[in-house]
Design a protein around this ligand. Sequence first.
Ligand SMILES: [Fe+2]
Length: 176
Amino acid sequence: MKSTSKMIDLDGSTKDSYEGKNSKKAEKFIKPLQSVLASLYAARLKSQVYHWQVHGPNFYGIHKLLEEVYKSLDQSIDDTAERIRTLGMHTVSSFSEIIQLSAPANASSDKFLSTQEMIADMQEALDRLSEKIRSTADLAEEAEDIVTVDMLTRILGTTEKFEWMVRSLRTSPKAE
Ligand SMILES: [Fe+2]
């Protein structure tokens, strides 16, 4: 059923849209949630690119771990996007929005990296992503949206676990 309630858009402005479940409360955290979605996408791209580019003696283990990361992120992306739609909002819908909203978690490198540089970059991306998910979950909790809090908590558990696994691959003294 169509409603004329005002919704927060990606740029923080309002627009007429369909009213979703709890959409009024969601205004308090929808922009950060869109940013989480964009950052999940950016991390997904990064993990698959590094899955392809990795080389060296530990190739197979790192290659398989990064495959596990991007497959898990796929599910998190879908869950987050469908939650945004359930709340009555539109999701990010273009690469330009993903680049804009994922900063600084995106921070992709245009140059070819060594395997250790890729591992360090992936770990830092997962770390920043986890921070963003945690702060968004805090906002959803303030808005008393327990479904979004539950979803983000589950995704956070996964991103933190992968952050640990990727961090454990680092051999640089700076890793600890
Ligand atoms: Fe593959």
